[in-house]
Design a protein around this ligand. Sequence first.
Ligand code: SF4
Length: 463
Amino acid sequence: MIIDIKSTGYQNDVSRVKLYTEGKKLKAHVMTFGCQQNEADSERARGILLDMGYELSDNYRECDIILVNTCAIREHAEMKALSMLGNFRAVKKNNPDLIVGVFGCMAAEPTVMEKIKKDFHYVSFTFEPNMLHMLPSLVLAALEKSKRTFVIGEDKGDIVEGSPVYRVGDFKAWVSIMYGCNNFCSYCIVPYVRGRERSRRSEDVLSECKELISNGVKEITLLGQNVNSYRSDISFAELLERIALIDGDFTVRFMTSHPKDVSEKLILVMKKYSGKIAPYFHLPLQSGSDSILKKMNRSYDRERFISVAKKLKTEIPGLALSTDVIIGFPGETEEDFEDTMNVLREIRFDMVYSFLYSKREGTKAASMTDFVEDSAKNDRMKKLLAEQDIISYEMNQPYVGNVCRVLVESVSKRGGGDTYTARTGSNKLVHFKSDKNSIGNFINVKIEKAGAFDLFATEINNI
Ligand code: SF4
């Protein structure tokens, strides 16, 4: 069900919180672990905090409220978030009125929630990722010094529209179009902590995009755990087409896609609107071995993946393709790993994000017993990185000598103050020197040199 935030009691709770915050200059900090979806949720949390009368601060030590948006994808991410929570003990000692709240994927795990309840007595509340509209009521309960609140199991799969958003940047924006996942890949915790798939109404997505573009946003990234399985009154391909038809000088990207949901129509739309839709596709392979793909419950085989990847590359001009690979999934043999390497050699991805498999409690794969030795995993990783570096380097060479339209993003970390970092539509990082700060604008550059991970350019006469 789609619910308007105004019908949730949100406004009433905000007004009551304001009675505490008004005129006090209370400060708030939101700390984010994990993916872009979490970054987008944190922007909404910041919008709600501002709505309640808090000022935002980058320094959590001086704050009256700290919110931690957590990630559950790997146990390592959980350890990091819990260790950060430990740091707040001292802050609470200095400021007994400090409110600490935890949300995001970890907060949807009953065992973690129990641990926080027991070991972190200064955490006032936790809530699941889809319950951000409850934030004012939770803050209110903490301000009124009533009981600690742990919201879990309350997510009914609704989408709450109309929440305020405070966006960190002014020329790039994330727009969530769907939440949750139905795929239950055997290594992944997401369907358990973010629930089943549900899509926003196309009219809500379109009006958000129109507003962003009219406010000068140059790049919109559509987000979803499984973005191309978006289904509302229209399909993902149709939604993308309608966004591409909005007037204005902007690019639209999307992530993350599932190979099983790449439709003919999506490829046609990307080809037709190549000026507006970035020629970049992240298509997670995970493994090139059919038996491992089956154990992963990925619902495609190697042949289907290769045919989708090749079709994307041949149909969409200038497309860059990237992928994810998990190394050392339970039962992965040397032959299985070679199957993966053969797919990388055949497809020649522009970029491969590779991860060593690590056991994630709560997933089906955690009960598998045929674990791969760390030494074998590390050897395979080394081999993959060495070969892929060469492929990425070779994939970047055709850019040399070309003029590319890029969006300037920031001052480059690789040069002095006059070196900037930009991004091509195909998602390549470009460094160039300029005496003019064009951050937030599209400009043309000539690529002079290409490495495996970056392109180096000179600015050309931009009119
Ligand atoms: S598609 Fe698979 S890996 Fe991606 S979020 Fe869903 S379950 Fe996790």
